[in-house]
Design a protein around this ligand. Structure first.
Ligand code: NAD
Ligand code: ZN
Ligand code: ZN
Length: 361
């Protein structure tokens, strides 16, 4: 029997989000119905509601969630009702050309629930990143529901489902940060600070945080930044070079999604270094770089989709590190809010007041 719950909907480009009745079907074959316990507000939700991702309105927002499995459909054997799970937006298919090359973290045919979630009048919703978790129940592909240790605080655990995993993975998986490296992270929101925490976990020697907001830079120091630069008053490229013997960093991570900060990352890295773009640009953005600089600096320019993570491998591991007090996920939870607080949480995010506001049920 379908379930009627209240969900957060972005109905039109730029319009404030609304609470609406939505209908969540029971799980079909290969699907799981999850009772959401917590769901973080990510900048990507705001990108959706601003029409910066695509025009498939209405969107059902929320995609950084943890919860308990309520029911599973036919053929599901990775999870059972009652399991505590983090919802992933990547569920590798096992059969696409990337999975077949042994690279499931890039999967090009990642699976989502096939049964649609709808408004009460039958309008089919586009769930953000194939999830839609600002509601008490959501329907996902069973592979999106990744079982982790239930001792974790649900509000902190859910953040591993998107932004924090994206930042940790941008440093560790995509950037390949390792012991002794120098790293710069430009943009220290939830994603950037997770990249800082990931760089520290991986043993980086120098971790330089760059932001336009001093509060974010203070938090960045708490996550492990060894230096902090406010780029409204200091040229970040010059400062990063000064801090690295005039050379630049081994790995420069862009976590804003903006051409000017991408350029900073490009010029702030050492010869043969790596640039990682984890911030999501909007469709109108362009960059222009001297091709000779692209060639002459050598190294690697990479994008990081979801931190190149393999959820079934990485989520339980990071939750264990959290439970061992080696990764402070609770520090990313700036506040917990009710379901009707999402629009205000966007404004707090824009004003730089929070790393993550988390809806708890
Ligand atoms: N690649 C992925 O898989 C993935 C996953 C999640 C989020 N994202 C993207 O990562 C980006 C960051 O997300 P978030 O949730 O951390 O957002 P956020 O709003 O919490 O953080 C953005 C940070 O960038 C800073 N900033 C803005 N303009 C700046 C500038 N010119 N120079 C330096 N810093 C600047 C802000 O002060 C803020 O601290 C977004 O574009 C989001 O869509 C990507
Ligand atoms: Zn695949
Ligand atoms: Zn996100």
């Amino acid at each position: 029997m379908p379930h009627k719950v209240t969900g957060v909907i972005a109905a039109a480009k730029g319009a404030a989000v609304e609470l609406k009745d939505i209908v969540v079907p029971d799980p079909g074959p290969g699907e799981a119905l999850v009772r959401v316990k917590a769901c973080g507000v990510c900048h990507t939700d705001l990108h959706y509601r601003e029409g910066a991702i695509n025009d498939d309105f209405p969107f059902f927002l929320g995609h950084e969630a943890s919860g308990t499995v309520e029911a599973v459909g036919e053929g599901v054997d990775n999870i059972s009702p009652g399991d505590f799970v983090i919802i992933a937006w990547r569920s590798p298919c096992g059969g696409c050309r990337s999975c077949l090359r042994g690279r499931p973290w890039y999967c090009f045919a990642s699976r989502n629930a096939k049964n649609p979630m709808t408004l009460a009048d039958g309008t089919v919703l586009s769930p953000a990143l194939g999830i839609g978790a600002f509601a008490e129940l959501t329907l996902v592909d069973a592979g999106q529901a990744v079982k982790v240790d239930p001792k974790a605080n649900p509000a902190a655990a859910g953040l591993i489902g998107c932004g924090i995993m994206a930042g940790l993975g941008a440093a560790i998986n995509t950037g390949g940060v390792s012991r002794g490296d120098s790293v710069a992270v430009i943009g220290c929101g939830g994603v950037g600070n997770a990249a800082i925490a990931g760089s520290k976990l991986a043993g980086a020697h120098t971790i330089i945080a760059v932001d336009i907001d001093d509060r974010k830079l203070e938090w960045a120091r708490e996550f492990g930044a060894t230096h902090a630069i406010n780029s409204t008053s200091t040229d970040p490229v010059g400062a990063i070079r000064d801090l690295t013997g005039g050379n630049g960093v081994n790995v420069a991570i862009e976590a804003v999604g903006n051409p000017s900060t991408y350029e900073q990352a490009f010029y702030a890295r050492d010869l043969a270094g790596t640039v990682v773009l984890v911030g999501v640009p909007s469709p109108d953005m362009r960059i222009e770089l001297p091709l000779l600089e692209v060639f002459g600096r050598g190294g690697t320019l990479k994008s990081s989709w979801y931190g190149d993570c393999l959820p079934s491998r990485d989520f339980p591991m990071y939750i264990d590190l959290y439970l061992q007090d080696r990764l402070d996920l609770d520090r990313f939870v700036s506040e917990t809010i009710p379901l009707d607080g999402v629009e205000e949480a966007f404004h707090k995010m824009e004003r730089g007041e929070v790393l993550r506001s988390v809806v708890v049920f």
